[in-house]
Design a protein around this ligand. Structure first.
Ligand SMILES: Cc1cc2nc3c(=O)[nH]c(=O)nc-3n(C[C@H](O)[C@H](O)[C@H](O)COP(=O)(O)OP(=O)(O)OC[C@H]3O[C@@H](n4cnc5c(N)ncnc54)[C@H](O)[C@@H]3O)c2cc1C
Length: 474
């Protein structure tokens, strides 16, 4: 710590309390890294405010001292957005103590929360009113609403309910200079000038700190139907997606694709999960499809069964297993969620999260596989993801665990080959995970020109000294 930092630390302690300004290396360490330990940095301190007023005062003091601030939530982000750089001069601001539900309006189906509440806690509170906050991500136990909004998180139910952006009705934000913008309106209709909240959603903590949010809820489904289906090929998967969307638009909440190589990887490294679904290394491409119904009756199941039967007759599916119990449904999702773990077992993996218009997914799969094969024969494509959203986790595992080191060294060339195919298909190199510190150069390359200029102009307007999460996004 420098001498110049001491007055700031004293002033911060006067605002939030001495034990809520962490400077001791052991206390500070968790706030200097992400959940996976993938990104590491150094901070001057971590501040744990307990109210919007304390956040505002913290930002005002940091502005006065010319010190950078890194907004941080549950640290589950995958691109290092909430991790400080190595300078050791930034204040990490973590909202974990601001974890209250402010109000729930059952008639309007909205919930107002502090931004430090975890997604799981917000969802649990909504459920007490038989309502559902339909953001479904594996990190819900740690991810905070502020982080979910900061990253515009997606997840498995985007197909039906959209990204986080679609569910945010109002926001409370503290600006880099400490001013508070109260936009906590819960209005479905509000065409009063620019929709400022959308600037902050997905801005990854570079424009201000989200301290509160009003979120749209939906009725809790009374019944779900879940099916696990081996599919002939990716074109058949798209034909089925199209027919199910047309027949069951509102009810279809998840349409997940797992490529043949990915299925084989799980069958190899998690055989116990594969055997419950009668899956082997030879099964081929598979789909996990889920419907949510507002009526408890079994009628809908019959219609879905009939539609899957037609898909079988059309030659799209080779089989279809409809979950007959909650245990079986969980087994299907456990298979889907085992992918990251199976990939870890297979050695170092190159991870990507790309999207293209849905109809171009077959081109993406074939063209990117060819492009990367030209870079190296050692990279085995492991593709899966939210097919209904055009979002594929286009990962690569080593052909054998022994070549992990070579694969890691080739990562930049592999990612570049993939991204240029994605670009040629009018896609996005980051569908869900954002930019953070990991993809700043990629953003500069693929969004160069007017788009990046506008982003930088907005950043300069709100944060002229570049103190809010510097080195991230733009
Ligand atoms: C197992 C697992 C599964 C995941 N699944 C998905 C998935 O399906 N879909 C998906 O989109 N993501 C997924 N993620 C990524 C991650 O969980 C999300 O990005 C999540 O929204 C991050 O929330 P967080 O609170 O952990 O934020 P952090 O990681 O702490 O921060 C993320 C970004 O938000 C900013 N931020 C944090 N709090 C605030 C605030 N109050 N105000 C302003 N900015 C803030 C940070 O500065 C940073 O840039 C997954 C991650 C894991 C580990």
């Amino acid at each position: 710590m420098t001498l110049a930092a001491e007055p700031l630390l004293t002033a911060l302690a006067a605002v939030v309390g001495t034990d809520r300004v962490l400077t001791n290396p052991a206390d500070l360490a968790p706030y200097e890294t992400d959940w996976r330990g993938h990104f590491k940095g150094k901070a001057l301190c971590a501040v744990l405010p307990g109210s919007t007023a304390e956040v505002a005062e913290t930002l005002r003091l940091c502005a006065q001292a010319g010190v950078a601030v890194v907004p941080q939530g549950g640290r589950t982000g995958l691109v290092g957005g909430g991790v400080p750089n190595d300078a050791g001069t930034a204040v990490v601001l973590n909202l974990a103590r601001m974890n209250k539900v402010r109000s729930l309006d059952a008639m309007a189906m909205t919930i107002a929360v502090d931004a430090g509440i975890t997604l799981a806690a917000a969802r649990q509170h909504a459920a007490t009113a038989q309502l559902n906050l339909p953001i479904l991500i594996g990190s819900e136990g740690s991810a905070q609403i502020g982080g979910v909004i900061g990253t515009n998180a997606g997840g498995s139910n985007v197909l039906r309910y959209g990204m986080t952006r679609n569910l945010v009705m109002g926001l409370e934000v503290v600006l880099p200079d400490g001013r508070i913008w109260n936009g906590m309106r819960a209005l479905t209709k509000d065409n009063t000038g620019y929709a400022l909240r959308h600037l902050f959603i997905g801005s990854e903590g570079t424009l201000g700190i989200v301290t509160g949010a009003v979120l749209q809820l939906v009725p809790e489904p009374q019944r779900t139907t879940t099916a696990f289906c081996p599919v002939v090929d990716i074109s058949s998967a798209l034909s089925l997606l199209d027919s199910l969307r047309r027949a069951h638009f509102d009810a279809l909440v998840a349409f997940e694709y797992i490529s043949a190589a990915t299925v084989a990887l799980i069958a190899k490294y998690r055989p116990e999960l594969a055997s419950t679904l009668s899956v082997t290394t030879e099964t081929g491409d598979c789909l996990l499809i889920e419907f949510a119904h507002m009526r408890a009756s079994e009628e809908a199941d019959a219609a879905i069964e009939a539609d899957l039967g037609i898909a079988f007759e059309n030659g799209w599916l080779t089989d279809a297993l409809i979950a007959s119990s909650e245990t079986q449904r969980k087994a299907m999702w456990a298979f889907r969620e085992a992918i990251s773990f199976a990939q870890n077992d297979a050695g170092y993996s190159v991870k990507n999260d790309v999207s293209v218009p849905v109809a171009r997914i077959p081109d993406l799969l074939s063209e990117a596989t060819t492009a990367v094969a030209a870079v190296t024969p050692l990279a085995q494509p492991i593709c899966y993801g939210h097919l209904g959203d055009g979002n594929i986790h286009f990962n690569f595992s080593p052909a054998t665990p022994e070549v992990s080191g070579e694969l890691r060294a080739l990562e930049p060339a592999i990612v570049a080959a993939l991204n240029s195919v994605v670009q040629s298909l009018d896609g996005s190199f980051s569908a869900e995970h954002g930019i953070g510190q990991a993809k700043v150069e990629t953003l500069a390359k693929f969004r160069a020109g007017m788009e990046l200029e506008l982003m930088r102009a907005i950043k300069t307007l709100l944060d002229p000294d570049n103190r809010m999460n510097p080195g991230k996004v733009v």
